[in-house]
Design a protein. Structure first.
Length: 155
């Protein structure tokens, strides 16, 4: 169980808090704004270009599908920014599912992904969710290690 179409389904109970957020200096997390949508979409496309995820090709298609999705809540989106540069993004659905978590390759291994994940977990905990789930590509060992370090386990 927990393995579908080249992805692993991982879950984490939310009874325990996530590790603390340790963002690099000058990096801030903020909810998704329309003004950042193009940079976020471009980052997702770049991060998924090697096949570890999918996103609509056209920005307006992605943006419209996001805003009209019944599980979308802007308060469950987290954009990591360094100045005006979007360097990371996390999107959670209201069903307590992490849909996307991407970090600019130039900013990986510097705590951005961990900070996004920790912030998302805490936001879902505050909403009263009992667990969080996500899918990760079976070949994405780096992401699997991050998720497992946060207590995610395969079903």
């Amino acid at each position: 169980m927990g393995h579908t179409d080249g992805y692993l389904l991982l879950r984490r109970p939310l009874a325990d808090p996530p590790p603390p957020v340790n963002l690099p200096d000058s990096v801030v997390l903020a909810p998704l704004e329309a003004s950042d949508s193009g940079r976020v979409h471009t980052l997702i496309q770049q991060c998924y270009a090697n096949g570890v995820g999918t996103v609509q090709v056209e920005l307006l298609d992605w943006w419209e599908s996001l805003l009209t999705d019944s599980e979308f809540d802007r308060n469950l989106t987290f954009v990591a920014k360094h100045g005006d540069d979007v360097i990371g993004f996390c999107l959670c659905w209201t069903s307590s599912f992490i849909k996307d978590l991407v970090v600019d390759p130039r900013w990986r291994n510097r705590g951005v992904g961990s900070a996004l994940l920790s912030t998302a977990i805490e936001a879902l905990r505050k909403r009263g969710a009992e667990e969080v789930a996500l899918k990760v590509n079976i070949y994405n060992g780096t992401a699997q290690r991050l998720y497992r370090s946060f207590g995610f386990v395969q079903e």
